[in-house]
Write a protein that binds this ligand. Structure first.
Ligand SMILES: [Zn+2]
Length: 117
């Protein structure tokens, strides 16, 4: 999570929403990223997944994110078959939280997806 926070700080330096994501497999960091502007899909989680897929599969991977993923990223995490997700803060809006958890519940049934808090 410390590496994800470092990524979030890099985003903040660029006046971006300070969100960072890191994907690890075992003790290896597979990828890390932070939010970038000028692309509505350039969320930290999406960028980390894209980087990671260029080098390996993610079936054994875990992701650390500084904020609970939005629905777009939650779905991408599910499709990437990342084994476990840890996030630092949860979304405060109850309806958004229900929407995100719905993706994880779907993944839990079909992909043995696990959410860690
Ligand atoms: Zn997102």
């Amino acid at each position: 999570m410390e590496l994800a926070i470092e990524q979030a700080k890099l985003a903040q330096k660029d006046d971006e929403v300070p969100i960072g994501a890191v994907i690890v497999s075992g003790s290896n960091v597979v990828s890390s990223a932070h939010n970038i502007s000028n692309d509505p899909t350039a969320h930290a989680e999406m960028l980390a997944i894209r980087q990671a897929f260029s080098t390996s599969t993610l079936c054994d991977a875990e992701m650390y994110v500084t904020l609970e993923p939005c629905p777009m990223c939650a779905q991408a995490i599910s499709f990437a078959r990342i084994k476990r997700l840890y996030f630092g803060l949860i979304i405060q809006k109850v309806e958004e939280l229900k929407m995100v958890l719905r993706y994880f519940n779907f993944a839990a049934i079909y992909l043995k997806f696990m959410v860690g808090y």
